[in-house]
Design a protein around this ligand. Structure first.
Ligand code: ADP
Ligand code: MG
Length: 396
């Protein structure tokens, strides 16, 4: 993968950067600026090198139409504060407004193009339409830097097609993400533990299949655990269950046994009569879930076992919360796993949007993890062992 160094001296060079600024908004207030902060190392590197920086980003799903509520204006303001250099928001994507903003751009300053998804060609399935937008974007700049890790699994004009027209390189965030996720999936230091949770097995089938080939230990929690328990012949009450995946899961249990993978399932479960914040929680054995109760977290004995399996590993990849961490009474399992990763010495990677959110919400110091991915879908696809179009196109 080509890196920033390959682009040479960038003074007075117009550098088009794809960043991921898809931040959560409450009206026009940014409620979590984590993605802007994650994009700063590359942006600062470029402004300090005296480049003219032109950033492309999307916000929400305007579906190819100009919708003022999806304007990047709040992002431009926050970026200016964080980067400490002038940021001009272009009033359009590649129109006259963008062209004149770029023409006026001084070395070391930034133009943020308006929401790239205001242009329907960005996400078009038609190669020619995307190529046309990519060409118009390319006319604004000399080189392209791909740094929006959250979108590198998308074959979109500002991610993929643009790299075919301009000299291109990966930004610092993309390099860090790829290196960390590769280290946690390709030839990991052993013992290698994979912790999987989240709501549905069906979302994670590809990840399970790929990592079963590689992991020494697979720890299962979250909603998906109940389809595993069912596959083992246990009743799961009103817990989240994907009947249509039971056969697939039986196959995984068999593969794990054949390969000698230590597949850990919950031995106890925190249950409640309903999915609610203040539902009365009790702990039951995993093979004795009452018919009228649903499992919303892994129980304390399971937490302890999982923490041990993590503490003695050298590499840990974690995707998916262990329970409904959004409700305090069911956050214990996710907290226990996060704590074990945070306190352990293993190389630890957290992938998945909700898992990363859980780490923050539960108050862990992010720097105690080796890597917390900024891209939910992209990190999931890397854990599945897929090649991502936006990365593939940067290979030399
Ligand atoms: P990620 O975004 O990290 O990949 P997912 O999107 O797969 O994770 O799943 C996250 C969601 O799974 C959370 O909102 C959490 O509340 C839910 N969840 C976890 N355990 C359970 C459970 N036992 N029952 C229902 N939902 C669960
Ligand atoms: Mg999610």
């Amino acid at each position: 993968m080509k890196t920033l160094e390959s682009l040479g001296d960038l003074r007075s060079t117009r550098v088009l950067v794809r960043s991921d600024f898809n931040v959560p908004l409450d009206g026009t207030t940014i409620t979590d600026d984590g993605r802007i902060k994650a994009a700063l190392p590359t942006i600062t590197r470029l402004t300090e090198a005296g480049a003219k920086v032109i950033i492309m980003a999307h916000l929400g799903r305007p579906k190819g139409e100009v919708k003022p509520e999806y304007s990047l204006a709040p992002v431009a303001e926050r970026l200016e504060e964080l980067a400490g250099v002038r940021v001009t928001l272009a009033p359009d994507v590649v129109g006259p407004g963008a062209q004149s903003a770029v023409a006026d751009l001084k070395d070391g300053q930034i133009v943020l193009l308006e929401n790239i998804r205001f242009d329907p060609r960005e996400t078009s399935k038609d190669d020619a339409e995307r190529a046309e937008l990519a060409n118009e974007l390319a006319s604004l700049a000399d080189v392209f830097v791909s740094d929006g890790f959250g979108v590198v699994h998308r074959k979109q004009a500002s991610v993929y097609d643009i790299a075919k027209v301009l000299p291109s390189a990966a930004g610092l965030l993309v390099v860090k993400e790829i290196e960390s996720l590769r280290r946690a999936t390709h030839d990991p230091e052993r013992p290698y533990a994979v912790v999987l949770g989240g709501s549905k097995v069906s979302d994670k089938l590809g990840v399970i299949a790929n990592l079963l080939e590689k992991a020494d230990r697979l720890l299962i929690g979250g909603g998906m655990a109940f389809t595993f328990l069912k596959a083992q012949g246990h009743e799961v009450g009103s817990s989240l269950l994907e009947e249509d995946q039971v056969e697939a899961v039986k196959g995984y249990l068999q593969t794990a046994a054949e390969r000698g993978v230590d597949l850990l399932l919950p031995v106890d479960v925190v249950v409640a009569p309903e999915f609610a914040k203040d539902a009365p929680a009790t702990v039951v054995d995993a093979d004795a879930i009452p018919a009228d109760q649903m499992g919303l977290d892994i129980g304390p004995r399971t937490q302890e076992r999982y923490a041990e399996a993590i503490a003695s590993a050298k590499t840990v990849a974690w995707n998916g919360p262990m329970g409904v961490f959004e409700f305090d009474a069911f956050a214990g399992g996710t907290r226990a796993v996060a704590r074990a990763l945070s306190e352990g010495d293993a190389f630890s990677v957290v992938g998945g949007g909700d898992s990363a959110a859980a780490v923050r919400q539960l108050g862990f110091d992010e720097s105690t993890f080796s890597h917390i991915s900024t891209g939910g879908g992209a990190s999931l696809e890397l854990l599945e062992g897929k090649t991502l179009p936006g990365i593939d196109v940067l290979e030399d």
